[in-house]
Design a protein around this ligand. Structure first.
Ligand code: BGC
Length: 764
């Protein structure tokens, strides 16, 4: 399209009357271009732009085309091929009166056609280049399918693993999640969201969705402003500062006001304080849900509250279309409120490059891929590399791992050979036949060497109600396929396999649907039948390697005590099985670290590492002394934040500070010497924590402020230096000012959050 996009020119393709008195406007002048377009729009056309509709059960395709041509839909989601999207774009860009292009969105959360590890796994890599690469590859693949926008990254801080959507985010820590948020936005949007191989990010779920009470999905959030600002809001802000063009609004209420009608959240914080300039999108049906929250008596009031709060687009919701015309007519809603929303929607379309070329991602029909799921469209090397980095070695007694490629391996467990689970939830554009299971991965690695005996050993669960629930969640195919054999038959087969083997690899955990939206659990245990399987395997006396798949911290106390080795693989994606084999056989030395605390029991939740200091903190070894503890369980987590083993050993020297004092606006360098003292090359994550020794309010025991992933050859050492400036010492005080207070600070550096070396300095 040439530089001078003339609305009058496009008018010649539409109704000749539409632009009768329109002056030429340069497409390079975004505000003027959009203002000029808005002048041409009827109220109905404006309201039409605010409607984001799901392709699928909501409306048959034919009807959607008609609605689009009538100017009553602004964008759609859930259509994921160029061929599906083209007729919809034709309806808008060729057949509607004003030819305003549509945009096409989808939940591209951890890959598109190629599925990468779930976000919790990505965070475990602590490798932000890898996270950015995932975003980039996702954008390349999604844009090649005609998509313009994703509802991601999902950056809700999760401190309660009962919440099924823990799997979808990057863990419990504000700093790590913020870094991952930035990296993802950079990857998705590339140099510009308008590039044909970029897609626009819309960060979600704004805000605080991860803090729902009790980890029960869609529950309420009640939180002090200090905690919000300090711990939960930074990741959304990070994504926005990185340029995310969109924000998806959360389903929950915050201190009594639903996010979708929350003026403070949407106006004061997002628009005024943070200066967000992009488009806001409601979550699925959230505007109508304002009635169920009990803040709107009817749909009319719901629409009014949402548009006034600043919800630009309503997702899968008819209240805007049905109610806004009447509300404007009666004067209850000002046309300015509508215009503000329309401006943002058109602005986002502009930023996606769609006014320049509505087909920039859909392309020409003649260029459509012959086969959507063609192998050639995948990025397997990237997927395998990132998946290897996301695996966390939790235990390795007597150097059980790496395994030798030889001898006999018994591979057992309900997750050993299931292609659907490897991909994790929110991976619907992934083609499950292309994902590599643990069984396939081990077989690929072994080739002709050694022998692999497989036995399923158990179902995911024998609880029929749970199976029914999990299968209800998916309308395409059953999520969980039950082996019709009796539990005891499967068990016997598995034990027989184990008896013939030199080592047992047991792939156990959750099916992917167990860690998903609307999949909250009261228990973090492995399902009982899987535990029975592990106990029977253990009883054979053969070395037991547990390979876990799960989307949340599980209660692993039995496994921790009984496994000879244990590898956390989350849901590792398309190349999962190969990546797992790489680590099990030592072709890759594991380097992942936990981005979330693993408690010993559900009763300890919340169990995050960066909790506030207490007047009576728990004193190890002194059970009855009136300190903060549970008397019926060992205190502290099972695996702490930042933890993860390697096949090599590292040492960390004492911390050297460049100065004992720091001036305002100055900085102090903190350095350690990290040495690989083992026999193998390996990577590790050096983590910097800071503790405010005494402040005007209670501060956390420590907070992650920086980290560096380094690669060291066997015997090699490296000095790792962190620059600490005033920003790293700041916190939000009761007036919500971001301040650093004078006084002492402890600097802790280590390879996890607990085993650290410490030094201190004073801020003047
Ligand atoms: C989820 C969102 C998602 C949307 C569209 C909702 O149920 O909460 O995260 O983006 O559906 O699929």
């Amino acid at each position: 399209m040439n530089k001078l996009y003339v609305l009058a020119l496009s008018a010649s393709l539409a109704s000749p009357l539409a632009f009768a008195d329109t002056k030429p406007v340069s497409i390079d002048n975004k505000p003027a271009f959009i203002a000029s377009l808005m002048k041409q729009m009827t109220l109905d056309e404006k309201i039409g732009q605010l409607r984001l509709i799901s392709i699928g059960p909501e409306m048959p395709a034919k009807e959607i085309v008609k609605e689009i041509a009538a100017g009553r839909i602004g964008g759609t989601f859930n259509s994921v091929t160029r061929a599906e999207n083209r007729p919809l774009q034709d309806a808008a860009a060729k057949n509607s009166r004003l030819k305003i292009p549509m945009f096409f969105a989808y939940d591209v959360i951890h890959g598109h056609r190629t599925i990468f590890p779930i976000s919790l796994g990505l965070a475990s890599s602590w490798d932000m280049q890898a996270v950015e690469r995932v975003g980039r590859v996702s954008a390349i693949e999604a844009s090649a399918d005609g998509l313009d926008m994703t509802f991601g990254p999902m950056v809700d801080i999760a401190r309660d693993p009962r919440w099924g959507r823990t799997s979808e985010g990057f863990g419990e820590d504000p700093h790590l999640v913020s870094e991952a948020a930035r990296a993802t936005v950079r990857g998705l949007q590339g140099k510009s969201a308008s590039a044909p191989d970029s897609i626009m990010a819309s960060v979600k779920h704004f805000a605080l969705y991860g803090a729902i009470e009790g980890g029960r999905d869609y529950n309420t959030v009640d939180m002090s402003p200090m905690r919000m600002y300090q711990d939960y809001l930074p990741p959304y802000r990070a994504a926005i500062d990185a340029g995310a063009g969109g924000v998806m609004v959360a389903l929950n209420s915050i201190n009594g006001v639903p996010a979708s009608s929350n003026m403070w959240l949407m106006q004061d914080l997002l628009r005024k304080d943070w200066g967000f300039k992009g488009v806001t999108v409601s979550d699925h049906g959230a505007i109508t849900e304002l009635m169920r929250h009990g803040v709107a008596k009817d749909n009319r009031e719901a629409a009014k509250l949402a548009i006034k709060a600043g919800i630009d687009m309503s997702m899968a919701d008819t209240s805007y279309g049905a109610e806004l015309p009447g509300l404007v007519k009666s004067g209850e809603v000002n046309i300015k409120d509508i215009d503000n929303a329309v401006r943002e929607v058109l602005g986002a379309k502009y930023d996606m490059g769609l006014f320049h070329d509505p087909y920039r991602r859909i392309g020409k029909a003649s260029d459509d891929p012959a086969e959507t799921n063609a192998e050639s469209r995948l990025h397997r090397d990237d997927a395998r590399d990132v998946a290897r980095k996301s695996l966390v070695l939790l235990e390795n007694r007597n150097q059980t791992l790496p395994l030798k490629k030889g001898g006999t391996i018994a591979l057992v467990g309900p997750l050993a050979d299931t292609q659907i689970d490897v991909m994790g939830s929110w991976s619907a554009a992934g083609f499950l036949k292309q994902s590599v299971t643990v069984r396939q991965g081990l077989q690929n690695a072994l080739g002709q060497q050694g022998r692999l005996i497989y036995a399923r050993g158990s179902n995911i669960t024998e609880d029929k109600k749970i199976v029914e629930y999990l299968n209800y969640l998916n309308w395409d195919a059953p999520e969980v396929v039950q082996d019709p054999r009796l539990q005891v038959e499967m068990l016997e087969e598995a034990v027989k396999a184990a008896q013939q083997a030199d080592v047992i690899v047991a792939a156990v955990g959750e099916s992917r649907g167990m860690s998903h939206e609307s999949s909250s659990r009261v228990s973090l245990d492995l399902p009982a039948n899987q535990r029975v399987l592990l106990e029977a395997l253990k009883a054979t006396g053969k070395p037991l390697v547990i390979v876990l798949m799960n989307g949340r911290p599980l209660n692993l106390t039995w496994a921790q005590a009984n496994a000879d080795a244990m590898l956390e693989t989350w849901f590792p994606g398309t190349e999962g099985g190969n990546a797992i084999a790489d680590v099990l056989f030592g072709d890759y030395n594991p380097s992942g670290k936990l981005p979330i605390t693993f408690p010993r029991s559900v009763g300890q939740i919340p169990s995050y590492y960066n909790h506030l200091r207490l007047g009576r903190p728990f004193t190890p070894g002194k059970p009855g002394n009136y300190t903060s503890q549970y008397f019926d369980e060992e205190n502290g987590p099972l695996y702490h934040f930042g933890y993860g083993l390697s096949y090599t050993d590292f040492t960390v020297s004492d911390v050297t500070l460049s100065s004992q004092t720091m001036q305002r606006k100055g900085s102090v360098d903190a350095s350690v010497r990290v040495k690989n003292t083992g026999q193998r090359d390996g990577a590790t994550v050096v983590q910097l924590y800071i503790r405010d020794v005494a402040a005007s309010v209670v501060r956390p025991v420590k907070e992650l402020k920086d980290f560096r992933k380094i690669m060291l050859k066997a015997g090699e050492e490296q000095v790792v230096r962190f620059k600490i400036d005033e920003d790293k010492l700041k916190f939000f005080n009761p007036k919500l000012q971001n301040v650093a207070e004078a006084g002492a600070f402890d600097v802790q550096i280590g390879l996890d959050s607990q085993n650290v070396k410490q030094a201190s300095f004073d801020l003047k």
